[in-house]
Ligand binder design. Structure first.
Ligand code: ADP
Ligand code: MG
Length: 333
């Protein structure tokens, strides 16, 4: 019981200690990166310290990667146009640039000037003029980013934003840390990003709900997966504003500098790596159903659930045996 008490002291909110004595699972809920996060860890010893490690790690990354906190590393890079980056930030940048190239630019970490112009990240939402959008987009494009050792230079007023991949990177780093600490199993939920580690101690599969984009109270489908996975959803419903009856969401189309309108309401990607799943869920949302299906056919490192604005649910072949809860259409090779 001592461990349970220590946990209560450590964590911001304590959601449950169910089975603390019997199953050695520690569960923590906290707020970071603008969203509610939870960690459930099964471990032979030190469950509270493990859950605390996840929170510390995520909070530290948030302080490094924030685009609005003047003390953050990324804020300094964006303000000065040049900075020496820490290993984490450099790692994220390199992986994101590679994924940007692979997705034909659908994932683009240089959209920040446009994202900010529309009021995302500041909260001053508005529909800007064509001229303002053109000006913001003049600074976009990964050709404005150069890396020399650990020094990164941004040219022509370019600014970076890792909003599309930060939670995925954080979840992966947390899962790796838990594995290194000898955790038997864990499930992390970082605001739409689920990361599983190992197998559930009771032998049943992990059950991961894919939220119904039209009704936040229910799941559209549920995935049953065993082992370690990252399952990440990007959806227009997650952050948006409305003006004159039109909904503008926080996922941007790099070709227009405006919120993407691809006919998709949400995309969920399952992959081995957190940053990959997070980056791809954003990129596939931008691409739309047909281009996303073609992209999947040319890949071998992820599966996806795609829900259209009309409510149709598509799943790639590799998930067809793992999905339950609704009628789905299978995308084949
Ligand atoms: P969420 O943060 O809700 O999980 P995403 O992972 O899809 O959603 O990331 C969206 C965030 O990424 C936006 O808030 C914005 O900061 C940034 N962003 C928007 N469009 C793009 C894009 N096409 N490529 C890269 N980053 C983007
Ligand atoms: Mg993403």
């Amino acid at each position: 019981m001592k461990r349970c008490a220590a946990l209560a002291v450590f964590l911001l909110f304590l959601t449950g200690l169910s089975g603390c004595a019997r199953t050695q699972a520690a569960e923590a809920t906290f707020f970071a990166m603008d969203t509610v996060m939870s960690a459930r860890v099964w471990h032979g010893a030190g469950g509270a310290a493990d859950a605390q490690a996840v929170q510390s790690l995520v909070t530290e990354l948030e302080q490094t990667l924030s685009v609005t906190d003047e003390r953050s590393e990324l804020y300094r890079l964006n303000a000065d146009g040049q900075a020496e980056l820490s290993a984490d930030t450099l790692n994220i940048l390199q992986q994101t640039l590679a994924l940007s190239a692979r997705t034909g630019g659908a994932l683009d970490p240089t959209l920040y000037p446009a994202v900010r112009l529309w009021g995302f990240t500041t909260g001053d939402y508005r529909v800007p003029s064509e001229a303002e959008i053109a000006e913001a987009m003049a600074a976009a494009g990964t050709e404005h980013v150069s890396i020399d050792g650990s020094t990164v230079t941004l040219t022509d007023g370019a600014m970076l934003d890792f909003g599309a991949v930060a939670k995925g990177y954080a979840a992966q780093k947390a899962a790796d840390e838990l594995a290194a600490r000898g955790a038997a199993a864990a499930v992390l939920s970082l605001g739409g990003n689920v990361q599983t580690l190992g197998s559930k101690p009771d032998g049943t599969p992990w059950k991961i709900d894919v939220r119904d984009p039209f009704d936040g109270t229910r799941a559209a489908v549920t995935l049953s997966l065993t082992g370690s996975h990252a399952v990440v959803t990007s959806g227009g419903y997650q952050r948006y504003f409305e003006e004159d009856g039109v909904r503008y969401s926080h996922i941007f189309d790099p070709e227009t500098g405006a919120p993407a309108r691809s006919g998709l309401a949400s995309v969920t990607v399952a992959a081995d790596d957190g940053l990959l799943a997070d980056g791809l869920s954003t990129a596939l949302y931008v691409m739309g159903l047909d281009a996303a299906a073609d992209f999947w056919r040319a890949s071998d490192d992820f599966e996806a659930v795609l829900i259209t604005d009309g409510g149709e649910i598509f799943v790639t072949e590799g998930l067809s045996g793992s999905v339950s809860g609704a009628e789905v259409q299978v995308i084949g090779r």
